[in-house]
Structures are given as C-alpha cells and as structure tokens.
Design a protein. Structure first.
Length: 349
C-alpha cells in the first residue's frame, strides 16, 4: 500500500525526520560560440569604425611621409606640419585631401578590429581548453578565467598574425588611394589621373589585371611583422596597464572594476606601443604598396630589398618618418576602440 507524506509511520513515538535532498550540482552552460563570435564582430566593427574616423587624417599624413620619393636625398615634405599645410592647400580642399580613400579603411577598420578581438578570444579559449588546470578553473568560475600575462601577449600575437592575412589587401588599396600619384605614362596605363584619382573598385580591377590575385598581398610580410608584434604589444600593454591599476588602486578589486579613465589610459598606452615598436616594418610595407611599377619590377620588390633601398636613401631616420604623428594619433584612437568595445561587452554580454 502506498504511504503518503502525512501518513509516514512514527518510530518509538517520534515524528519521522525528513532528510533534505542533496543539492543539485549547478550545470554550467558554455557560451554559444556563434553568439560570442557575432558579438566580437559587431562590437569590434563599431569600435574600429569610430576609431578610424579619429585617426584617418593623421594616417594619411603618415603614409605620405613614409612613401614620398626623394629628390637629391631631401624629401619634398619636411614633416607632419608641412604635410598638413600641403593638404590644406590642395585644390580639392583639406577634407577631401585628408580623408581621400577612407571607404577602404573603414571596411579595413571594421575587419581588423573585429578580427583582432575575435581571434584574441579564440586563442585564449584554445589555451584554456588544452590546459587541464585552466579548464578546471573555468568550470569552477562559471566559464570565466583570466590567463596570466605571458599567455595574453601570446594570444595577442596569434590574433595579429591571423588578422594580417585579411588586412593586407585592404591596406594595399588604402595606401594607393592616400598618395597622389605623379602623372606618367605608366601611371596613365595603370588608370591613375592626378585630377581624378581612381576609386577603390577601379584600383581593385587594376591590381587584379596587372598583378593577378596574389598582387593583393603585396607587402604581406611587412603587415605580418607589424600585426604580429604590434598586436602582442597592443593587447599586452592594455592588459598590463589595467593590471597595474588593479594592483595599486585600492578601489579596483578586479580588472573588470577599472574606471573609465583608467581604461582609456590603458587603451592609449596600447595604441602607442603598437605603432612605435614595429614602425619600420610599416614604413617598408607602405613604400612597397604605394609604388607604381610593372609586374616584373613589383615581383623583385621584396621586403628586404625595399628596406635596403630605404636605408641607402635616408638612413635610420627614413624608417621612422611620420612616426611621431602616428604615435600621437594612435593614443586617442586606441582609447576609443577599447572603451567602446568594453562598454558594449559590459552592457550586452
């Protein structure tokens, strides 16, 4: 016969003792990787586009200083102020001159920033999944675990290497649009016109017609060096500065508690580190990508040969031409990128 709760028998006149059920183990649901990837792409794209609007005029000046030809060993533009002055005297006006070719960089900024944050997170997930101690710590902390600083630097380098493959074709088009090409028979043959510079689609057709599909990765080694080392410095500096604030500021108990101004300081430090440390590689890449040459000449224009030619022409100073303005503009741009991305992550998960 079934015994109901209210009919439980007594033992020696005592009421039965009901034993509580053992607590159920909490089931941790791993984050949906598709949703996380979509967040990285969306938030990174928004942050990258807004940051690009801030930095683009300075980037235009940097590329013009890096790639300008020399006459009797002396560059035509003496520095950033001279380059800005030339842009303000341009027939098309300063806005068009400084923002020429921004369509490709906006796409590039969206792809670069979203790819960096996406691959940075994926690299961390791979390390955690293949390290038993970290995997156990993740399971105990609701799927959240903070890697040590060396791991974060390595993940930054991996994200930069992956991103460089996506970025080189976009930077190639961007650099060619930023630099006015002097009129010549070769320039006319390739579709350049001093009064009507080609748009991105015209440049894409020209590059494919003259150099084939691999021509879009001209300067890839320079981009790879810059992005691999630069992204390690970018994420490493950002995480490192936040750790310092967490260590020495009593009001910051964990990294997620850093104040907005501290977060922007960390982002500014990251941007300056990214651009300064591997700047020579970016200079060589810009010279390679802004050259107007036949396919046979382009094939011989390697990273090493371009670097040697620059050394003969301008010495060490040539590798750092435009570096000051680049580091200057990278501070606010990177601060904006990290702040926007972290804010969106905080509010939308």
């Amino acid at each position: 016969m079934a015994v109901f709760k209210d009919e439980l028998p007594t033992v020696n006149g005592l009421e039965p003792v009901h034993q509580p059920s053992p607590p159920q183990a909490e089931v941790l649901t791993p984050p949906n990787q598709s949703v996380e990837a979509l967040k990285d792409i969306t938030f990174g794209s928004i942050a990258g586009i807004l940051g690009k609007f801030v930095e683009y005029p300075f980037d235009t000046i940097k590329v013009r200083l890096q790639s300008q030809p020399t006459e009797s060993g002396a560059p035509r533009l003496r520095g950033p102020l001279d380059a800005f002055s030339a842009a303000f005297r341009a027939p098309e006006g300063p806005f068009v001159s400084l923002y020429r070719g921004i369509s490709a960089p906006l796409l590039g900024a969206a792809i670069e920033t979203s790819s960096l944050f996406f691959s940075y997170r994926i690299a961390q997930d791979i390390i955690i999944a293949n390290t038993p101690s970290l995997r156990a710590l993740r399971d105990q902390n609701n799927g959240k675990v903070k890697l040590d600083f060396p791991y974060l630097v390595g993940c930054g380098a991996a994200s930069g290497a992956f991103t460089s493959l996506l970025l080189t074709p976009i930077e190639l088009v961007k650099c060619k649009m930023q630099v006015p090409v002097p009129p010549s028979d070769l320039a006319a043959q390739l579709g350049y016109n001093i009064t009507h510079p080609p748009g991105p689609l015209a440049l894409i057709r020209t590059i494919f017609r003259t150099h084939g599909i691999l021509g879009f990765w001209h300067g890839q080694l320079g981009t790879l060096i810059r992005e691999t080392g630069g992204s390690a410095a970018w994420f490493g500096s950002y995480e490192g500065v936040k750790m310092l604030f967490s260590k020495y500021d009593p009001s910051v108990s964990q990294l997620s508690d850093v104040k907005i101004w501290q977060q922007m300081c960390a982002g500014a430090a990251a941007g300056m580190s990214y651009n300064f440390i591997f700047y020579p590689a970016d200079t060589i890449k810009s010279r390679m990508q802004t050259s107007v040459a036949e396919k046979s000449v382009m094939n011989k224009m390697t990273f090493a040969s371009t670097g040697r030619e620059l050394w003969r022409e301008q010495g060490l100073k040539g590798f750092y031409r435009g570096c000051g303005i680049t580091v200057f503009r990278s501070a606010p741009s990177s601060a904006i990128i990290f702040s926007i991305y972290e804010t969106l992550r905080r509010y939308f998960g």
